[in-house]
Design a protein around this ligand. Structure first.
Ligand SMILES: NC(=O)c1ccc[n+]([C@@H]2O[C@H](COP(=O)([O-])OP(=O)(O)OC[C@H]3O[C@@H](n4cnc5c(N)ncnc54)[C@H](O)[C@@H]3O)[C@@H](O)[C@H]2O)c1
Length: 356
């Protein structure tokens, strides 16, 4: 179907996983991973990419010539980003805006010139903070739940946040760069006929994610247990009841394969993608799962301060994407944590320094 795939951010967690999986599923496809290795730990992907038959090009999407140097392609998976929601907060927004917005524009422009299709990895963080913070909640022993009886916002139900949730108001610099990029992907689809599809992802996780405190929380939590490092529950009374839906990157691979079949006809459609209510976990529940999987207990300190751009709960309402692609996630929070714990144990020596 496609002969020449370019994955930007191809040494990152999502990019390298997609590049390797697609190469394995379609051996005749030429797969190129472009990355500037900005993310600490991305360099660990290079040997895996090589072994999997993926060509690596060291380049920066902020520089149009670097994108051009990757050569021709008929499919672009845009996975290059500064993916932290706190990027630019308290400092300069230059890197996050130049990569996530201007860099994406360079990628879209290269796709237009090559007549390629585009799948853009966006984020649930395009939804603004104020309405997300107004989601009516019930507090139980281990987590917050959406109070379905009091949902008054459009696109909100006990199943979570759907694509027609309000978009007005601030959302973080990161979220703004991704929303602006979505708008340009839709514009390129309409004005230039560049087939494009947008996945607004909740928390993605799995082996080979270089988890840090501000991004990649599931891996950060598991690794902190494995390496015996203390953790903190920020905000919301310091109880660790904040909730996210988590999706194993393998389930994303399955979805992307299904989406590629219709991508040539796509015109900028948007899908919320995540584990949904069944694939959700609170930090407190995550701590329990980590104890089970690693056999270790670490101190978790309650901190009352709410972190910048934080929200008590996010659940992706995935009904649209499930219907459109006959897709549903197969991994559970339990199986995901167990698999990550195994991976951390297997690669403890190289990961311990990176995840410091
Ligand atoms: N991981 C998640 O939970 C999550 C959730 C929602 C959306 N996303 C989106 O998925 C995509 C992939 O995220 P990830 O989790 O793999 O992050 P990651 O940090 O592991 O990967 C991103 C890669 O992009 C590279 N990169 C950064 N700046 C670059 C630049 N200027 N030029 C070239 N490469 C550059 C980094 O070196 C890194 O390897 C991002 O677009 C992110 O916004 C991720």
């Amino acid at each position: 179907m496609f002969r020449n795939l370019l994955v930007t951010g191809g040494a990152g967690f999502v990019g390298s996983t997609l590049a390797l999986a697609l190469k394995a599923h379609h051996p005749d496809m030429r797969v190129t991973a472009l990355d500037n290795l900005h993310r600490r730990g991305s360099e660990l992907s290079l040997a895996r990419l090589r072994a999997g038959g993926v060509r690596f090009v060291h380049g920066d999407i902020r520089i149009a010539e670097d994108v051009a140097a990757a050569g021709t392609f008929d499919l672009l998976l845009d996975c290059s980003a500064e993916p932290s929601v706190v990027a630019g907060i308290g400092g300069s927004p230059a890197y996050v805006t130049q990569t996530n917005l201007l860099g994406t524009l360079n990628c879209l422009e290269a796709a237009r010139q090559h007549g390629a299709c585009v799948l853009f990895l966006s984020t649930s963080r395009v939804y603004p903070l104020a309405p997300l913070r107004q989601i009516p909640l019930i507090e139980n022993d281990s987590r917050f739940e959406i109070d379905g009886a009091r949902c008054a916002l459009p696109g909100l139900s006990a199943a979570g946040v759907a694509e027609d949730f309000p978009l007005g108001g601030p959302r973080s610099v990161y979220g703004a760069t991704k929303l602006a990029s979505e708008l340009f992907a839709i514009e390129y689809a309409d004005s230039y006929g560049v087939p494009a599809l947008i996945d607004r992802c909740g928390v993605l996780t799995g082996p080979w994610q270089m988890g840090k405190v501000d991004q990649g929380v599931v891996v950060h939590w598991v690794a902190s247990h494995a390496f015996g490092r203390p953790l903190r529950y920020f905000g919301y009374g310091g109880t660790g009841k904040q909730v996210r839906d988590i999706l194993h990157v393998g389930d994303l691979v399955d979805l992307v394969e299904r989406q590629l079949r219709v991508l040539p006809q796509a015109r900028g459609e948007i899908y919320n993608v995540g584990g949904g209510r069944p694939g959700s976990v609170s930090l407190r529940e995550l701590t329990d799962l980590c104890r089970l999987s690693t056999g270790k207990t670490v101190a978790v300190e309650p901190v009352l301060e709410i972190r910048a751009a934080d929200i008590p709960l996010y659940l992706s309402d995935t009904q649209r994407v499930q219907r459109a692609f006959d897709w549903s996630p197969v991994h559970t929070p339990e199986s995901i944590v167990a698999e990550i714990a195994e991976w951390v144990a297997e690669h403890a020596r190289e990961l311990e320094a990176i995840m410091a």
